[in-house]
Each structure stands twice: as C-alpha cells, then as structure tokens.
Design a protein around this ligand. Sequence first.
Ligand code: GDP
Ligand code: IMO
Ligand code: MG
Length: 439
Amino acid sequence: MPGIVIVGAQWGDEGKGKITDLLAEQADAVVRFQGGNNAGHTIVRDGETYKLHLMPSGILHPGKLCVIGNGVVIDPKILTDELDDLRRRNVDTSSLRISANAHLIMPYHMLLDHAGEIKLGRLQIGTTRRGIGPCYADKAARLGIRVQDLLDEKILKKKIVAAMEPKRLSLRDFARDPRLDLQTMTEEYLTYGHRIKQYIADTSRLVLERLDEQELVVFEGAQGTLLDIDHGTYPFVTSSNPIAGSATIGAGIGPRDIDEVWGITKAYSTRVGSGPFPTEVEGALGDELRERGAEFGTTTGRPRRVGWLDLVALRYAARLNSLTALAITKLDVLSGQPTLSVCTRYRANDGLELEHFPYHQTVLHHSVGEYEELPGWSEDISECRHEEELPETARDYLKYISAFVRAPIALISVGPGRDQVIWTEAGKRMYGSGAVAGS
Ligand code: GDP
Ligand code: IMO
Ligand code: MG
C-alpha cells in the first residue's frame, strides 16, 4: 500500500494532523499537496502541543522525507517562523523538501484578502485572511511568483512588477504601505529565498522515487471536502481542491500511485467561517459541544460553529474522494449526551426530502437536517484502546455511520493525545499491524 491520502471529510479541522502524525510512524514520506497556512494541524505528543500550518505533519518523526508539494501556497515568513520554532524545540527539520513550483503568498495577497472581506461586509466568506484566495487567483492568471523565483533577483523583481500592475486599482488604498514597496519586498523575499534554498527540490521526482521503491507515502490534505472550490459549498469555500484527486496534481504523481484514501471525520460536525451548515446546533447544547471539544480555530482562534454529524454530507464526501476507510475523531466529546442525533436526510424549504447533497446553492442554503436519534453513553472513553472497551451504544453509533456511508472505519480517536486511538480490525488489516503503536 504505497500511497495513502488523508482528506478532511467535513469542513476542516477533523483531526488530520493527529492522524497523519500517527500514520507517519510507519511511512517513509509525508506530503502536503494543497492549501497554505490557512491550515492549522495540531499534534499533541508527550503532553506537548505542536500547531503546524505549512509543515507536513510527519516532521516530528526524525529523518522522514517531508514535502511541501507544488499545490501548496507558501507564505515564506510563516514557513521560516515555523522552521525556527521547530528547531527551538529540537525538532530536526533537515528532511524537509519544498517544491520549486509551489506558489508564494505575497504581501499584496494578504492585503487583498483582507480588503475583499471588508468589501463583502455582511456577505463575507470569513476567510482566514492569509492571502490564500488572491494567491491561487494569481496562479490561475499566470501572474504567480513561485519558490524558484526567489533564487534570482532580476526575475523576482520583474515578476513582482508584472503581478502588481493589474492590481493597481484595488491596491490604491495601500499605495503608501511600506510592505508594498518594490525594493523592500524584493529584498525581503530574497532573504527568505536564501534561508530556504537548501530545501528547494524537484519534489515530484523525490516522491515518485519513494513510491517506485514500494515505500509508504502519506499525502496529507488540508481543509476539508465541503470547502473544496469545485464541490464544496461555493462560494463559502477555500480556493483549492482539498479532495483526494488533488493529491495527484498537488504532489506531481499519477492517479495510479494512490492505493488508499482515508476520510477523517469528527463524530459530530464543525465549521469555521460563513456558509451553509444544515446540522448546526446553537444555544446551550452548541456551547456545551464547543467547550467539550475545545472548538476554537487553530489558525485564527475563532470559535467554531458546531452541529450534529451530517451523514448526507459525509456520504457525499465518501463519493467525491472514493474513500476506502473512515477515521472517526473526537468520539470522546460525545460522552454524556443522552441521545445523539445523526442527520440522514435534508428537508428543503419546499418540504421535499433530500437524500443526496443538493447541487443547487439556493436549495442547500434553505435545507435543514432531518435526524435519527441514537442512544448515547455516559462513560468517559478517553482511556479505551480496544473496540471492545467502548460502551455498546458507542459501538452501535460507529456501526451506524459506517453502514450509512458504506465505508469501513479504520481508526477511532478518543482524545487529542497520540496514544488515544483505537485501531479497528479493518484498520489493522489495511495499514498493517506493524502500524499499530503499542500493540
Ligand atoms: P486538522 O486541521 O484536521 O489537523 O484539525 P485541528 O488540529 O485544527 O483540530 C482538531 C483538534 O482536535 C486539535 O486541537 C486536536 O488536538 C484535537 N483532537 C484530535 N483528535 C481528538 C480526539 O479524538 N478527541 C479530542 N478531544 N480532541 C482531539
Ligand atoms: P485545516 O487544514 C477549517 C475556511 C475559512 C473560510 C474558508 C475560506 O486546519 O482543516 P481561506 O482563508 O481558505 O480563503 O478561507 O475556509 N478554512 C478552514 N476551516 N479548517 C481549515 O484548515 C481551513 N482553512 C480554511 O474559515 O471559511
Ligand atoms: Mg485545523
């Protein structure tokens, strides 16, 4: 099983960082393939918390090849800060490799992201304001500046001028902003180039070499399926494709190099930012779930919106990603709920019942979840390490999800810690029993 893709099956923050770190133990390489520092992937290890924004979640395993692929957009300030922080914490970062073709987030991208949101006012998307959308827009417009451009002052300057020219009108308010001064910007970015030069490589070739050797490569997605620019809740989405197919483009490999696709989902739902959320729960219950799950954004600190598990959306995610398995996280957060609602269909505002995720924006915006009620459990399950130790109602809850989505469950996470995980028999079979830490 050389190529395994980890994708978010919801609206992001499903626990991809934790699962990737876990799988990285057996892997030879970990590759980020899209998104940028809008992502915040948390790993809790030996009581220490690491919040990674650009660094692949394999970096805590010394010596593993960690790749930032061509599909990622890189803010070099964040990248160098993250490298410094990891080094300060004695993490060896020498096995990092950065694609020469990855695009760079420039100061004007951040300003445009910010200004765009302000302009939208009440209709704003609630972006992370990290410049992600404007950077991908420049990539598509062929005005992007790439990692390789940092190595040549003349080229870099020329490209900055060309990229800023068509933005003159929208950047009018920032005309005197020192961050946009051509010389300052060029010098700043050349310095970043100097700092990351040692890591720049043809990463597509490096990854393919590993795959050819039958070595295990984990492709780590950022964001989640419902934030996908093509298949998500457009326009309330991110500007890349977080779905599994994107791993091929964003890493520079072929579709036949992927053997497994695991969808990570919480045992309930969350969303940060605006946009439709058919199973959203507000009020006291919403507050309780948010507190119990510590649902505050890793990147922006914003409180996450919370809701019941949306199986209509999860089945949609299984289809779009051709999921071979699910990993369910944060099951521990549901302890103490007398009953658990799971959304099995939507009700549109004309009263029609919908079994499938609606393709029409207006229909989706007016859809609400319809639920089945399943019995909950009161026990603390955070110390469970085997399926049989879970209360029967928790096992039934998982069985219900798996049957509805028609995908086996490989992993169950019962706490933020590395060891707080249950490998199912299906998971052990798929990932190999050698991967099961401590068993
Ligand atoms: P990612 O963006 O998908 O990597 O997820 P985030 O790191 O943004 O958010 C997931 C949060 O949940 C992090 O704070 C994790 O430490 C935490 N977490 C992961 N798995 C579990 C779990 O099973 N139970 C609990 N209580 N927390 C978890
Ligand atoms: P991880 O990888 C949750 C959301 C933003 C906003 C929308 C667009 O940690 O799961 P953007 O800045 O990308 O243009 O914002 O997407 N968003 C995320 N939500 N987790 C993330 O990443 C996200 N990255 C972006 O809140 O609604
Ligand atoms: Mg996150």
